[in-house]
Write a protein that binds this ligand. Structure first.
Ligand SMILES: NC(=O)c1ccc[n+]([C@@H]2O[C@H](COP(=O)([O-])OP(=O)(O)OC[C@H]3O[C@@H](n4cnc5c(N)ncnc54)[C@H](OP(=O)(O)O)[C@@H]3O)[C@@H](O)[C@H]2O)c1
Length: 620
């Protein structure tokens, strides 16, 4: 078995397709089916050492194909007295892969003095590493009680866009009443502070100007309620039936409702997350996302355990590519761990929208660990989660709350909370030890292999909408065959005169539906200044007319954020009170807050009213 470190000159013998991501976190790569053969992604030596080829059987297990013919741990594991020759070259290459050592060969025209300095540094670094790992062994061998790990606090800001509008400012009011953290995005600072208070968490941006939607505005934002829209105003001297209702003020509907929506989705997508999760490693949409893994074994402490990481292009349960973490673990020379660790990603990955990491893997009944680092430093706290595997393919979910801060094999009880917003590297480990001196109860010496087809950040079920969008009833009606336009509200009748307002609102909705972001689209009928509290009609298919209070819409938007029933639903809302009748409440005795799930529960997937565009006349 010959392996190649990603830095090594042997790399040049790989095809361009095989050379994957030298920079850390990679961009997607298309894997042409069956063009790759299983190959090592990374190794630490260019030729076999310590009789490696003899020591690692080609994963043929003599006794039982599903169980390794190895000694299974049955009790305390004594420190091994056996000594085996240590591979100094592999040790140095491990350090080099992770940029752990200065390398004069990388520096052009290295002088003899440079080479001498390098050798001295090498010896010193090796000494320091060995001392460090001796220290680890001592720690491992002196058990201490393990306490529950410190877990991160989940939080998330709700961004309100269009917060200076009629619905938007009421949304801010409801969120505040509920004690939820709010940020608003507005075009006009003075107007926003005057309307919403000087202390409002405010960012200034214009949906139509992509360069104003900078990432800093959206740090910590996990939810969005978008009530922004093009400004429509009746011309002066309008009649009660709004005969002159045809004036667009400022930006066009195309710019606000469509381009603006596209800009907003792009700006918040990372923070609010994707319904199907974010793939860090593995196949997604026929693209293979890879990471720069390299073995990191107990060779760094004088041990002889050895692992590697291979890409097998057809190894998954459905014939797709996998990464194969495999090797031989030994307790000789006081060793007992193997791992693969990624180089630091080129830029830290933000997983704050997600609740954990899911591994799709083929287990072998053993306990492994996944370590996540939130610092670019090498020797730093690793947030670590252990997981037990069963035989065969399975998905294993590791909630972020299960990751304990570990430093030099000890839980760090006063560590900073795990911050999924800046992930620098991943490491998968098979260890003799757990943490705080505990042993891995499934530890066995000998060969092991762990095929992994994907590592994906996930949103915990039940998923609720992360982006609630206020659109409008009528968005599909202007083109509907057979519709009596004279009976439709002004916005439908005057769609063309209003710069195709509803056409672009529908296109904006479509962008959200197709974005992969968990959403809800609320389509109010004619908005009023009346209070919330009337009984409601929720409908789908874009058929109803009537009126609805802006206050009620604000409550519905906030309720939708927390309701799995509202997920990925598009629906219209009106009050049961006819347009001609005012709706009032006793302010001293306001109606109780509704249980909006009663309405959300009856909503169905996939109904937008667009279906009717290709069918017979509307049912209005
Ligand atoms: N009026 C109705 O009868 C009716 C019926 C059904 C649905 N709707 C829809 O319901 C939603 C809410 O209506 P509303 O009455 O609350 O709207 P509104 O009072 O007109 O408020 C619109 C908001 O959007 C903001 N905005 C406009 N262009 C922007 C841009 N380029 N970037 C950032 N923000 C921008 C405005 O900010 P500024 O303060 O800076 O202008 C304002 O805060 C809208 O989508 C509307 O079309 C209305």
């Amino acid at each position: 078995m010959e392996c190649h470190c990603l830095h090594s000159p042997q790399m040049s013998s790989f095809s361009a397709l095989q050379v994957i991501n030298l920079q850390g976190y990679s961009s997607p790569r298309r894997i042409p089916n069956k063009t790759l053969s299983p190959r090592p992604l990374c190794s630490l030596h260019s030729k076999p050492f310590l009789g490696l080829n003899d020591r690692i059987p080609p994963f043929i297990y003599p006794e039982n194909s599903s169980h390794l013919s190895l000694r299974r741990y049955r009790g305390p594991i004594p420190a091994q007295a056996s000594n085996q020759p240590w591979d100094f070259g592999r040790f140095v290459k491990t350090l080099n892969f992770f940029n752990g050592l200065p390398n004069p060969a990388k520096v052009g025209h290295a002088s003899e003095f440079d080479a001498f300095k390098f050798r001295v540094q090498l010896v010193i670094t090796s000494f320091v590493f060995l001392k460090f790992f001796e220290f680890l062994i001592k720690r491992f061998s002196s058990p201490e009680p393990s306490e529950p790990a410190k877990v991160m606090e989940a939080s998330g800001i709700v961004l309100v866009v269009g917060a200076t509008g009629g619905v938007g400012r009421r949304v801010v009011g409801v969120l505040r009443k509920k004690g939820m953290p709010v940020r608003v995005l507005a075009r006009n600072e003075e107007k926003a502070r005057r309307m919403l208070g000087q202390d409002i968490d405010l960012v200034i941006g214009d949906l139509t100007k992509e360069n104003t939607l900078v990432p800093e505005h959206f740090k910590g934002v996990k939810y969005v309620i978008n009530a922004a829209s093009v400004i429509v105003g009746p011309k002066e001297g309008d009649t009660p039936d709004r005969a002159k209702y045809s004036q667009i003020k400022g930006d066009t509907p195309e710019m606000v409702e469509y381009i603006g929506m596209r800009n907003l989705i792009n700006a918040v997508k990372e923070g609010v997350g994707l319904r199907n999760g974010k793939v860090l490693f593995g196949l997604e949409d026929n693209m293979f996302k890879d990471l720069a893994w390299c073995a990191l074994d107990d060779v760094v402490m004088g041990g002889v355990s050895e692992s590697t990481f291979l890409i097998d292009p057809t190894g998954s349960e459905n014939g797709g590519p996998i990464g194969l973490f495999k090797g031989t673990i030994s307790t000789a020379n006081n060793g007992g761990f193997t791992s693969i660790r990624t180089k630091n990603f080129a830029a830290p990955v933000n997983l704050s929208a997600y609740d954990g990491l899911e591994l799709r893997l083929k287990g072998d009944g053993r306990r492994y660990k996944l370590v996540v680092r939130t610092s670019s430093d090498w020797d730093t706290i690793g947030y670590t989660s252990s997981f037990d595997t069963e035989e065969g393919w399975q998905s294993i979910r590791l909630p972020f709350s299960s990751f304990r801060p570990v430093f030099r094999a000890q839980t760090v009880f006063d560590a900073p909370p795990f911050d999924p917003g800046k992930i620098f590297s991943l490491q998968a480990c098979f260890h003799k030890f757990e943490y705080d001196g505990k042993l891995n109860p499934t530890f066995v010496e000998g060969a092991f292999q762990l095929p992994v087809s994907s590592i994906r950040a996930f949103i915990e079920d039940p998923i609720t909408p992360r982006f609630v969008h206020v659109s409008a009833a009528g968005v599909t009606r202007h083109d509907r065959p057979g519709l009596d336009l004279s009976k439709q509200p002004p916005a439908v009748r005057l769609n063309k005169e209003l710069g195709f307002l509803l056409t672009f609102k529908l296109k904006g909705e479509d962008l959200l539906r197709e974005s992969g972001v968990p959403y809800a689209i609320v389509r109010p009928c004619a908005l009023t200044q009346e209070p919330a509290g009337a009984d409601l009609i929720f409908d789908q298919g874009d058929n109803i007319m009537g009126k609805i209070s802006r206050e009620e819409i604000a409550w519905i938007c906030v309720a939708a954020l927390g309701s799995p029933y509202a997920l990925d639903k598009t629906f219209e809302v009106a009050s049961v009170i006819p347009f001609s009748e005012p709706f009032m409440i006793d302010p001293k005795n306001p109606p109780p807050e509704k249980d909006y799930d009663m309405y959300f529960k009856n909503l169905k997937d996939g109904i937008t009213g667009k279906e009717l565009l290709e069918q017979s006349p509307a049912l209005v």
